[in-house]
Design a protein around this ligand. Structure first.
Ligand code: SER
Length: 325
């Protein structure tokens, strides 16, 4: 069968936390004109606008998605658009609609147009209180309590179905909390681990909405991007799991993160006022077993807690001094 070697990529959710940086990494690798950024909720950054095509797209609108795929001759989609856990609980009906309809549209278009590959991120939110919370295995109990987690668990099954039934080469990883310095996250439980840096640098104080000892799995953005690029580059024979792979880089509690920040900003003070988000954190794993991803396609993170904190503080402090924080 004829397969284009040249990649023409579409990134949905390109203005979001992961999309804004993943799009730029893909443009570096494949050339700016070959990576179409799509978004509609947040305004695109100048960098995103100046380095390649940008289109307005609500991925629940299949007609427009279809048109963009045709117009730009897209063969690969990174489908990142989604409603996250905390925002999802405010309007569960909308979260289900957005997350499921958009994934269904992407998979259907991949089937109809015989696209080369699809990347779709799942999350640690697929796990629930019945799941073992320490070294959570690859194949385990998935009974999530948030609508976000429900949509990710259902989405994993849909991806697996489209691979086995229609041969759609869709690949996925279960991201832990993602920490980034460029674009803030869009309303999840793990957002505290980003907010804390902004507050520490600007005000030397932060009030955390989770308990001091609420350990969660996390990952720094360069590793998050690497995971997506690496699984998408792997030979199809190496992708043995077609639901979604566990991946992790580190696990820490808010108190451990605050202590590491204090090593750089000694007068930083962190207080704790847990709210409803603590209940969601309690239902998620503390540590993740990602040995399947390591063995199958060579996953290996680079950043641990100390390296991530040092880099975040360097990047954000520079922006603060320049008046851009
Ligand atoms: N960071 C996400 C959230 O907290 C987890 O996938 O919702």
């Amino acid at each position: 069968m004829y397969r284009k070697t040249m990649r023409k990529i579409l990134v949905t959710g390109a203005t979001g936390q992961i999309g804004s940086e993943l799009t730029l990494a893909l443009r570096d690798k494949f050339g700016g004109e070959n990576v179409v950024a799509a978004g509609h909720r947040r305004p695109p950054s100048d960098k995103l606008l100046n380095t390649g095509p940008f289109v307005y797209l609500d991925a629940t609108d299949k007609k427009t998605l279809d048109k963009i795929v045709e117009e730009y001759d897209i063969d690969t989609i990174y489908h990142l658009a989604a409603v996250l856990s905390v925002v999802g609980e405010k309007d569960p009906q909308n979260a289900w609609r957005v997350n499921m309809e958009s994934l269904y549209n992407v998979l259907e278009i991949a089937r109809e147009k015989n696209l080369t590959r699809v990347f779709w991120p799942s999350s640690i939110a697929v796990f629930g209180p019945e799941t073992p919370r320490v070294k959570t295995p690859q194949n385990t109990i998935l009974i999530p309590r948030t609508i976000y987690g429900v949509s990710k668990a259902a989405g994993e099954l849909l991806c697996n179905y489209y691979f086995h039934r229609f041969g759609v080469d869709v690949r996925s990883v279960r991201y832990p909390g993602i920490i980034s310095s460029e674009t803030p996250p869009g309303g999840g439980v793990t957002d505290y681990a980003v907010e804390i840096f902004y507050e520490a640098i600007k005000h030397k104080r932060y009030t955390c909405f989770l308990k001091a000892d609420a350990v969660l799995p996390m990952m720094y953005m360069p590793d998050c991007i690497n995971a997506a690029l690496k699984i998408m580059e792997a030979d199809p024979s190496r992708i043995k799991c077609r639901t979604s792979y566990n991946v992790t880089a580190m696990s820490f509690s808010p108190a451990e993160l605050a202590a590491e920040i204090k090593r750089h900003i000694p007068d930083f003070v962190c207080e704790y006022k847990p709210d409803f988000r603590q209940q969601i954190a309690d239902s998620w794993p503390m540590t993740i077993d990602d040995s399947a991803a390591r063995e199958d396609w060579g996953w290996r993170p680079e950043y641990d807690l100390a390296a991530m904190v040092k880099d975040m503080i360097e990047k954000l402090s520079k922006r603060f001094v320049e008046g851009r924080l």
